[in-house]
Design a protein around this ligand. Structure first.
Ligand SMILES: Cc1ncc(C[n+]2csc(CCOP(=O)(O)OP(=O)(O)O)c2C)c(N)n1
Ligand SMILES: [Mg+2]
Length: 755
């Protein structure tokens, strides 16, 4: 602190703090006049009592310098439009220790200040170039090996660094999920892509540690460890004491985490390699050996502001800024190098300049490489689809003996049973999925012994055991985080979200995370899954909004997502096979939206007619993505609908024919995301009148997409009507029917078309 008591030289008051930190380092080395020990040999401790040897120190120091010069380079070349990202790692370079002490096969989910971690991890494999790879990412080059120019991310396929989005804390649940998956994979006999004793690493900032999504992961990890179940995740909280401009209360991170039950706390000084190394080592070894969630509180600082756009001088005192800059960990590393006698001043300064030259040369080179210039290239990894392979996979049947074991006996095979309702056929299809894919896992709230609140998963737990069918803690964010973790480790997760209304509080795990992984990793990483969501209305006023939520809109604009919604049992089975195949073959994130009100529906027109029961489709049958189901051949009126709207429209069609003499065709879209525009247009092309029955909401609902497809197809001049859910939450009791479409409303809409 003595630095701030002294008068601050004019030069130090400059606006460009990057330049000042740059000069500070050089002056610090030049002006150093301490005592130097005799040069240590490579295997000797760098300083007395340090767990770090001289060779290790030298490499870490180099990694730190690479990280620093990438930051400095970015600040300079941003202004020239050669670099498009300036959130840096300066002050956090101590995280190189975490990289050094872990393996390149330990999956890493990294904070954006991980330049030094990356530079150090690059050493783990031969012939890799941290500077060029990073420069390509800074330049948004198409050749960026991490994201193909889509974002500046820390990511690498060979180094098991899965690229993260900028949403702070959103990566913690999947890091936890990956740790659990590492352990569970072996238990279900699934071959892991990494060694069995791997750990998952997850770093984040001090401010981020307060986020609900972070807290949920800490809680889930502790909940797991408390039950003596393994969760080898190393949470690394890089505590620089600030989040953009908001200071973290002094000692808050230690106070908040030091005594948490079942989250084992370690502290390490990330500002000092010589003293911090042993403590980081202790944390890593503890996590790997005990398989317990471990919280490494790594002291860091933040110099050069939050990002290049953060002119700290405008909102912090110059004294405070100078004090922070005086704590630059690179000054400490230079001092260690000098004190230990490992490097001379000239050696340090020439290494410093040499690293600067390499970073600038790489950046200039990267700037000359091609960038993304075509929309198709941008979108290429988003939603890969290889129809023939998906079809073949969906049609592939599990071994006969596995199916017989799953269903109990040959005579119990579902295709040999009489027609049944939706809930039973979904249940059968799930049994088949388990027989076909030994890596399938089904989990969620109440899904195991109870078989779910609607008994859709009944029997699976008994048939396939605890390890493949299990109840999670009550947290949708964790459920989806687990799904990503299992997917990362090569399994096929089938998480259940108990009600659509409860997907919304965790939706970022799909929107921001699962669905974006292929995009931000240029399709190098995939997290295939089939998310089952029970939803939609029509429970006769029972349960109110939260059991009758009809917001499909929340899923409609998620890039790359597939959403299917069956209205009957046979469709559910063939659709589920295709969703699983899309996940397996193309790594797609898929949602199976199950209409609760149709689970038990048996009749269509009259009580007891049994017309909504279906046979279980032969196991080699599957539905093509986008393929709808068409009822009737009429063209007087064509009704586009899905879910509960299908049986309603079929009933209404009878009444409409009686009233207007119209032959009606009812089109069940079945696939809600993406909508099959070509199919919709084909069905609209010879329609004399068009009716859209959408039980979702009026605004941004599926119906809007159908109309757009029709209008853009040139059929907008046909008379049309729309029957949709109102833009409201669903009330309890009879009032629920005021909100959602009814048979009568459909008939009334036809009357309007006739009028
Ligand atoms: C969910 C979310 N909210 C807000 C932001 C904007 N934001 C980006 S970084 C940041 C501060 C993070 O501070 P900390 O976790 O301490 O990390 P540091 O930048 O200090 O390393 C904020 C608020 C974000 N990226 N994500
Ligand atoms: Mg911080």
């Amino acid at each position: 602190m003595s630095a701030i008591a002294k008068p601050i030289p004019a030069r130090m008051k400059g606006v460009n703090r990057a330049e000042i930190c740059d000069v500070n380092f050089q002056e610090f080395v030049r002006d150093w006049n301490g005592h130097a020990d005799q040069k240590p040999s490579a295997n000797e401790a760098i300083l007395d009592g340090s767990a770090l040897d001289a060779r290790g120190f030298r490499e870490l120091f180099e990694s730190q310098l690479i990280s620093r010069h990438l930051d400095l380079m970015a600040r300079v070349l941003r202004v020239q439009n050669k670099v498009f990202y300036t959130i840096g790692s300066s002050g956090h370079e101590g995280n190189a220790m975490v990289a050094r002490l872990t393996r390149h096969t330990d999956p890493a989910f990294l904070h954006y200040r991980s330049g030094a971690f990356m530079a150090e991890r690059f050493r783990k494999l031969p012939d890799m170039d941290p500077i060029m790879d990073s420069a390509l990412s800074f330049a948004a080059s198409k050749e960026d090996p991490a994201s193909g120019g889509r974002h500046k991310v820390w990511g690498s396929k060979p180094l098991w660094v899965l690229p993260q989005t900028s949403t702070i804390a959103s990566h913690l649940p999947k890091a936890f999920g990956t740790a659990v998956a590492i352990e569970q994979g072996r238990r279900i006999g699934c071959q892991l892509p990494i060694p069995d004793d791997s750990i998952a690493i997850c770093s984040f900032g001090d401010a981020s540690s307060n986020h609900a999504t972070a807290q949920t992961a800490f809680n889930a990890a502790a909940w797991t460890a408390y039950q003596k179940l393994p969760a080898p995740v190393l949470f690394v909280c890089e505590d620089n004491g600030i989040g953009i401009s908001v200071k973290t209360p002094t000692d808050w991170v230690a106070r908040n985490f030091r005594n948490r039950a079942d989250l084992d706390y370690f502290f390490a000084d990330g500002l000092d390699l010589a003293s911090g190394y042993g403590d980081v080592q202790a944390a890593v070894e503890h996590c790997r050996r005990t398989r317990r969630p471990t919280f490494l509180h790594l002291r860091t600082t933040r110099i050069m502001g939050h990002a290049g756009t953060d002119f700290e001088i405008e909102w912090r005192s110059i004294e405070e800024l100078c004090a922070v800059e005086a704590g630059d960990p690179l000054l400490r590393s230079a001092a260690i190098a000098l004190e230990s006698g490992l490097m001379s001043k000239d050696e340090i300064l020439s290494l410093y300049e040499d690293t600067r030259r390499r970073c600038f040369a790489a950046a200039e080179d990267a700037d000359r490489r091609p960038r993304l210039t075509a929309l198709e290239d941008v979108m290429a990894p988003l939603a890969p689809y290889t129809p023939s392979a998906v079809q073949a996979e969906a049609n592939r049947v599990a071994d006969a003996d596995k199916r017989i074991a799953a269903f109990g006996s040959d005579s119990k095979l579902p295709e040999k049973q009489p027609p049944r309702h939706l809930a039973i056929q979904i249940n059968n299809a799930l049994h088949d999925l388990f027989a076909k894919y030994p890596e399938t896992l089904l989990f969620g709230e109440d899904v195991a012994q109870k078989g779910g609140v609607y008994t859709v998963t009944r029997g699976l737990h008994k048939a396939f055991g605890n390890r493949r069918v299990f109840n999670t803690l009550l947290d949708e964010t964790v459920i989806l985080g687990l799904a990503q973790g299992y997917a990362n480790m090569g399994m096929l997760p089938v998480p259940e979200i108990q009600y659509l209304a409860y997907l919304h509080n965790a939706i970022d795990q799909i929107r921001g995370e699962a669905a974006s992984l292929q995009f931000f990793s240029n399709d190098q990483y995939r997290n295939p899954m089939v998310v089952r969501v029970a939803g939609l209305g029509y429970q006769r006023g029972f349960g109110g909004h939260f059991h009758n939520d009809n917001s499909i809109t929340a899923l409609r604009d998620i890039p790359g997502l597939v959403v299917g919604c069956p209205s009957r049992g046979d469709d559910a089975a063939t659709m589920l096979r295709t969703l699983a195949a899309l996940a397996k073959v193309d790594g797609r994130v898929t949602v199976f939206l199950e209409p609760i009100a149709l689970y038990m529906t048996k009749d269509l027109y009259e009580p007891g007619d049994g017309q909504w029961l279906t046979e279980y489709p032969a196991p080699d049958q599957a539905m093509t993505l986008g393929e709808g189901r068409v009822y009737g051949e009429g063209d007087d009126l064509v009704v586009f609908t899905y879910g509960n709207g299908v049986p309603m429209s079929l009933r209404a069609a009878r009444a409409i024919e009686r009233r207007h003499g119209w032959k009606t065709r009812v089109v069940d879209l079945r696939w809600l995301v993406p909508l099959n525009d070509a199919f919709i247009r084909e069905q609209a092309s010879n329609a004399k009148r068009i009716l859209i029955v959408d039980e979702g909401r009026r605004s941004a609902g599926v119906g809007e997409g159908v109309i757009t497809a029709i209008v853009e197809g040139g059929y907008g001049a046909r008379p049309f009507q729309r029957v949709v859910g109102a833009d409201t939450f669903t009330p309890l009791a009879g009032a629920a029917f005021l909100v959602i479409p009814s048979d009568d409303e459909i008939v009334a809409a036809a009357d309007r078309l006739a009028g």
